[in-house]
Design a protein around this ligand. Structure first.
Ligand code: GLN
Length: 443
């Protein structure tokens, strides 16, 4: 069985580039557990023992971790078989999986190879759509990297509450934002995967102590009386008309099934979330990347010259353009003289944005918007975008990420044969309600 799967994955990979690393051979399903019979792909930035793990970067080529990340341990313990490390934007820096490491291949959309998979967990979303065997992917989100590619590739993707899933063994992008979560072809597998990977881990200082839950129980509940807030600003300028239409249709369906829908406004989020997110994310990223200097991990160059000279040589040769851009912007935002105006101010804005969401959850069970403003763009269109236009793609997803709120992409239809995604956002630790909505839209 496993041999057949590896062959199949290899064939898909030749055409679509979803994996950076596929093991030569796999174990058979010997361990009996909740994931017996499942094959699991894992984003490159989450370490798996003895499998090259590079976070999509050339600077980590050759790095074979000597331990499993917390989530990888749990998957193996429950009988899941790991089939490889999925392609991503370098360290998570992107929304199209186009910013891959300088020696790596760009994953192509499963519906149209001229279009992107979304990012940064593009390989995870692509293989989730293409795999015909029982499969779950474990991805990561800092500002939308689970729901964005899930939307562009037409699969379910859940970004859980910050702190619910251990990040032990994750190569950080921005520590105050990073979350690990599952992707799958159906909401049942998402609930199953979360039940396996959620839970306290003392090796992650941000891990939250909570009782274990069986999330599958929520799939049996209906949505009668559930209060849904439809985010008004997410239906404004720049959002594709057909995307809006499809989301509205689906919300009507939920209303017919007994939910109460009201339009709500999140003006602060609409105006400030993108700027606050990019300043915080890049500030944290620029410090996180300091450890990749050719001394301990991955790529080494010939040791000569002063430390700064050596450091610059390694980093110039092995980081991609976007990583370099973020190091420069992030360092600038934290520099003395600018720190108060950018980094500290963004942290204050972040608190305000969280308050705005929290107020909403006093009145509503969940909030709904499109996941992405458009369908997956063509690579030829991406070429023409400026970095700012690129960042603006994340306008709908950065808010829940800044607030650490659980959010899930639900595939709801197509435009020009390309998938459209609906995003449902819940209050902290209310993942169950997202599953109720996900299930209802299928019933
Ligand atoms: N597109 C966003 C960024 O580039 C989000 C990436 C992510 O969540 N890893 O920062």
């Amino acid at each position: 069985m496993s041999e057949k799967i590896i062959k199949e994955v290899g064939e898909i990979n030749k055409e679509y580039n979803y994996f950076n690393e596929i093991p030569k051979d796999l174990e058979e399903h010997l361990v009996k557990g909740k994931l017996s019979g499942y094959f699991v792909s894992i984003k490159d930035c989450i370490v798996v023992k003895d499998m090259e793990s590079r976070a999509g970067s050339k600077i980590l080529s050759g790095y074979k971790p000597v331990f499993d990340a917390g989530v990888a341990e749990k998957i193996k313990k429950e009988g899941g078989i790991i089939i490889g490390k999925t392609a991503q934007d370098e360290f998570g820096f992107g929304s199209f999986s186009k910013n891959v490491g300088v020696d790596m291949k760009i994953p192509l959309n499963p519906f149209d190879r001229e279009r992107c998979c979304g990012g940064s967990s593009g390989g995870s979303a692509g293989i989730t759509q293409k795999a015909l065997f029982k499969h779950i992917s474990i991805a990561e989100s800092t500002g939308g990297s689970i729901v964005c590619p899930a939307s562009f590739c037409g699969v379910y993707g859940l970004c859980p509450t910050y702190g619910l899933v251990s990040r032990y063994g994750l190569m950080d992008y921005a520590n105050s934002l990073d979350k690990i979560g599952p992707m799958a072809k159906n909401v049942e597998d998402i609930a199953l995967a979360l039940s396996v990977i959620a839970g306290y881990d003392e090796r992650d200082s941000t891990s939250v102590k909570r009782d274990k839950e069986d999330y599958s129980q929520y799939l049996k509940r209906d949505i009668k009386g559930m209060k849904i807030g439809l985010i008004k600003e997410a239906f404004g300028e720049g959002v594709d008309e057909e995307v809006k239409k499809k989301i509205n249709e689906k919300v009507k369906e939920l209303e017919e099934k007994g939910a109460k829908v009201e339009e709500v406004s999140l003006p602060l989020n609409a105006k400030y979330s993108l700027a606050a997110y990019y300043i915080i994310a890049m500030s944290e990223a620029s410090t996180n990347l300091a450890k990749f200097c050719g001394m301990r991990y991955g790529k080494h160059e010939k040791l000569e010259g002063g430390f700064n000279e050596y450091f610059s040589k390694v980093r110039s040769a092995n980081f991609g353009v976007e990583a370099k851009r973020r190091i420069i912007i992030g360092t600038f935002a934290r520099m003395s003289g600018f720190r108060d105006a950018y980094y500290i101010k963004s942290l204050k804005v972040r608190t305000k944005l969280i308050e705005e969401y929290k107020k909403m959850f006093e009145r509503f069970d969940v909030l709904i918007s499109p996941t992405m403003p458009v369908i997956a763009p063509k690579f030829s269109e991406i070429e023409k975008m400026t970095p700012l236009e690129n960042y603006m793609m994340d306008i709908l997803t950065v808010g829940p990420n800044l607030a650490g709120l659980p959010h899930m992409n639900i595939p709801v239809g197509f435009k020009e044969k390309m998938p459209i995604g609906l995003m449902v956002i819940g209050n902290h630790f209310d993942e169950g309600k997202l599953f109720q909505i996900g299930k209802e839209l299928k019933r």
